[in-house]
Write a protein that binds this ligand. Structure first.
Ligand SMILES: [Zn+2]
Ligand SMILES: [Zn+2]
Length: 267
């Protein structure tokens, strides 16, 4: 039984897929429970202009509630959000989470100093090594101040947009990665396995097998599985593979969430 805890629909700026299409596809695939995690990314420079990528929360909740009711005999639908963290907007992110009734919050770093990692400008004036180091330092710094989340999204996303022919071994950043994982574990936070790695044709999982193993070794137990789908074809992509892989790595449970509290489901 699979649980897709990272899904986008047309409430996200980068998806055109109606929420109901994502739900129907999930039902067709036999998925038991899904969580919508549409994008909130404040203070991002796009085409030389600073903008806020946000979600109309009122409409978002209303729509999810109506589909929860309509499909209640067929699938469980949870209310989540993917919060794009940056140092100067943490208060705003916190307010959004505190003032809304979310089941689940993914904390992601998509943007550093208002520059999106996907724009590649972030990598322009630095070596790959410097880019990775800055990313991990910023992620650590952010989660030492920001606690209103459930799991860290695509923890090593910095590998996704840099030079894919020169992906730096995790051992180079083992101290930084350990500090991030220890902090998350200490705070009772989880990580997610994000199968977008297959779409980006990355040579490893996201996060890497090393990071997944290390989180377990350090005592981490909270893990969600997400496709990061933006259209129906991507729902639960490669879940059969990752559910087997997680067991190989030593995971015994995956998590779902209810009002920010994890439930442990035996693999
Ligand atoms: Zn993301
Ligand atoms: Zn996402």
């Amino acid at each position: 039984m699979y649980y897709d805890y990272h899904m986008h629909c047309s409430f996200s700026e980068d998806s055109k897929t109606p929420m109901e299409d994502m739900i129907n596809k999930s039902i067709d695939l036999g998925i038991k429970e899904i969580c919508f995690t549409d994008h909130v990314d404040y203070s991002v420079i796009i085409n030389d202009k600073e903008t806020d990528i946000d979600v109309d929360f009122k409409d978002y909740f209303k729509t999810i509630h109506s589909f929860q009711e309509k499909y209640k005999d067929r699938i469980i639908i949870k209310k989540g959000i993917e919060m794009g963290l940056q140092n100067h907007i943490l208060d705003k992110c916190r307010e959004d989470v505190v003032n809304h009734d979310f089941d689940f919050v993914i904390a992601s770093v998509h943007t550093i100093d208002k520059i999106e990692l996907i724009q590649k400008d972030f990598y322009k004036d630095k070596t790959q090594l410097e880019a990775y180091r800055q990313y991990y330092e910023i992620l650590y710094n952010m989660i030492s101040k920001y606690k209103d989340y459930s799991v860290l999204g695509h923890l090593d996303i910095v590998k996704r947009y840099g030079d894919l022919n020169n992906i730096i071994d995790d051992k180079v950043f083992s101290d930084e990665i350990d500090e991030i994982l220890k902090m998350a574990i200490y705070e009772g936070k989880g990580i997610e396995i994000n199968t977008s790695s297959f779409r980006y044709r990355l040579p490893d999982l996201t996060p890497s097998s090393y990071i997944l193993k290390r989180y377990r070794e350090l005592g981490g137990e909270i893990l969600t599985t997400g496709s990061d789908s933006h259209n129906t074809a991507q729902v639960a992509h490669e879940f059969k593979y990752i559910y087997e892989k997680l067991q190989d790595i030593g995971y015994r449970y995956v998590c779902t969430f209810d009002k920010m509290k994890p439930n442990f489901i035996k693999l």
